[in-house]
Ligand binder design. Structure first.
Ligand code: 5GP
Ligand code: MN
Length: 335
């Protein structure tokens, strides 16, 4: 383990830096990675953000995004960057399975310092420095904290402010879900003095969609959403043929899981998405119901109390049967 002062000293001279985050990165994963990228690059370090997989088109305007490597497309260059790294930052994930297929090379470079900055439950411990807080709204909030710990009087640039705001905004569901906290609001207010243009970010994220995506959502709500009031459960299934029919792109199911949760009787909402060789599950819950426990117990996953994910290697039908059985046993509606 390194102390903060030791890490500060280490970063006082230019280093080869790799920043990585979880697969299918969301706004917080991209925001935290690119905020740190812009900060460290401005300080003279040689930085590379490597995402384990592709990320949605609606992040392809973020400052520094154009220099990012998608590991699936730039495997060799990514491996070289990892092999040459002096320090590797792991952002917005708690366990190495979340960065597959990058996991093997990241651990393979034994010489690189490993830094974890994250807000998920049960963080990995074998790192040289860890900034971990489950109460943080987002990893972007922690990047803001990290930079301020290193440089208490740091003046945030517009680029860094934009990236941090993107993660805070998306992880709090636009300041509406349980992750919303005082720091998220205070940091946002502070970033407004650093050139942050909130409307520009909103436009990029939310007013850039395709007609086909809205048609897909309409169809999903109309025909693919199932509500079991007796189980306090609502779920939406997305089959491979929906993905093909609407030419669905990475990130275009984002937010869909929130719809069943808007029904009064529904306490847990689940999105089941058929992928190449598994069903990816996305859970949201109300109040103190822990979908983190459900995902880690039954679906090889985890996340936060009210927002978690997991996977199933059963068929779609069998996964749904398993889900229904779990909720029959949980008896949430009588709680
Ligand atoms: P989402 O449903 O938006 O994909 O993910 C919700 C939360 O659960 C995020 O914080 C995400 O990092 C976490 N999560 C999603 N899938 C998995 C998974 O397979 N394993 C673990 N440990 N966390 C996941
Ligand atoms: Mn996050």
């Amino acid at each position: 383990m390194m102390t903060l002062d030791e890490l500060k000293d280490y970063l006082a001279t230019p280093k080869n830096v790799v920043i990585t985050t979880h697969q299918k990165p969301d706004g917080d994963a991209m925001g935290s990675s690119l905020a740190l990228y812009n900060y460290l690059t401005d300080k003279g370090h040689y930085c590379r953000v490597i995402t384990p997989t592709e990320y949605p088109d609606y992040f392809k305007w973020m400052p520094g995004e154009e220099f990012t490597y998608n590991y699936l497309e730039e495997e060799n260059l990514s491996k070289i960057a990892i092999a040459e790294a002096n320090i590797i930052f792991c952002l917005d994930f708690n366990e190495l399975s979340r960065i597959s297929p990058v996991d093997i090379p990241v651990v393979a470079n034994e010489n690189a310092k490993l830094v974890l900055i994250d807000h998920h439950i049960n963080p990995m411990e074998a790192v040289d420095f860890s900034l971990h807080d489950v109460k943080a709204s987002s990893t972007c909030e922690l990047i803001h904290r990290f930079i301020t710990m290193i440089e208490p009087n740091f003046q945030f640039t517009k680029a860094i402010a934009t990236c941090i705001y993107t993660g805070i905004l998306t992880d709090t569901g636009g300041f509406s879900n349980g992750a919303t906290n005082k720091a998220a609001l205070e940091i946002t207010a502070q970033l407004l003095d650093c050139g942050l243009d909130m409307m520009a970010v909103q436009n990029e994220l939310n007013q850039n969609s395709r007609e086909e995506r809205l048609r897909f959502i309409g169809n999903a709500l109309n025909r693919k959403m199932f509500i079991h009031e007796d189980l306090a459960l609502g779920y939406i299934r997305i089959d491979r043929k929906d993905v093909y029919k609407y030419n669905l792109k990475t990130g275009e199911t984002e937010g869909l899981v929130n719809y069943p949760l808007s029904i009064k009787a529904v306490k847990v909402a689940v999105l089941l998405k058929e992928e190449k060789n598994m069903i990816k599950l996305s859970f949201r819950s109300k109040d103190d119901i822990s979908v983190q426990e459900i995902c880690s117990t039954y679906f090889e996953g985890g996340g936060h109390r009210n927002a978690s994910g997991g996977k199933s290697f059963l068929s779609m039908e069998d996964t749904i049967q398993k889900l229904l059985k779990i909720f029959k046993d949980l008896k949430l509606s009588s709680q």
